[in-house]
Design a protein around this ligand. Structure first.
Ligand SMILES: Cc1cc2nc3c(=O)[nH]c(=O)nc-3n(C[C@H](O)[C@H](O)[C@H](O)COP(=O)(O)O)c2cc1C
Length: 190
């Protein structure tokens, strides 16, 4: 079973990364390895809406998304971890998602959706926000649902944490970290 994880926070050892690490520990304890993409350190240009992928299902821009396209196609499990920035996903996360417009064209225009392997395709969304406000979560969740369905992830779970702001503050919430660990284990359970 192949699992791919996207880290959308620019803050090293920040709350999102710490939460993701617990999820990855759950997966690794289940005997599996995960391919991790740290989006902040990658060269991912924003979608240019050039229409280049309309007819081919392939993006005309060649940058670090090339390796992400390959990984998404062959993934059985996809994890997306992002902080809330201005009531939505981080720009790093959103840029990657927008570039998946090529998968949207493949699925909805060319009628060639990414096919599922024998484990099916499942997703997990991890989101951390500093405010005790649900609006950011709702916006992020709607966006990620559209992303997951576009890349043929037909079902996904969400672990969203509000009111965690300072760097590393999430470590003060062991119950949340435990939930992340359990979510990882559950994700790769067949
Ligand atoms: C540019 C920016 C915008 C933010 N906007 C929001 C917001 O709209 N809602 C919210 O709940 N938290 C917001 N936050 C707070 C972060 O979501 C919070 O600090 C989170 O713990 C950061 O996660 P990280 O440590 O993984 O980067 C914002 C932080 C930054 C830097």
């Amino acid at each position: 079973m192949k699992t791919v994880a996207f880290l959308g926070s620019p803050r090293k050892d920040g709350n999102t990364e710490l939460l993701l690490k617990e999820t990855l520990r759950g997966i690794e304890d289940a005997g599996l390895i995960v391919q991790i993409f740290n989006l902040n350190s990658m060269n991912i240009q924003p979608c240019q809406d050039c229409g280049g992928c309309d007819k081919t299902g392939e993006c005309v821009i060649h940058d670090d998304m090339d390796q992400i396209y390959v990984a998404i196609k062959s993934a059985d499990r996809i994890i997306l971890a992002s902080p809330i920035f201005f009531l939505s996903l981080s720009a790093q996360t959103k840029a990657m998602i927008d570039r998946c417009q090529s998968f949207w064209c493949e699925k909805y225009i060319l009628k060639k959706p990414v096919s599922a392997g024998r484990f099916g395709r499942k997703g997990l969304l991890l989101i951390v926000g500093g405010m005790k406000n649900e609006t950011g979560m709702q916006c992020a969740e709607a966006c990620v649902k559209a992303f997951f369905r576009t890349v043929s992830v037909s079902e996904h779970e969400i672990l969203s944490i509000t009111g965690i702001d300072k760097k590393g503050e999430i470590l003060r919430y062991p119950a949340v970290l435990k939930d992340a660990y359990k979510a990882g284990k559950k994700l790769v359970k067949n």
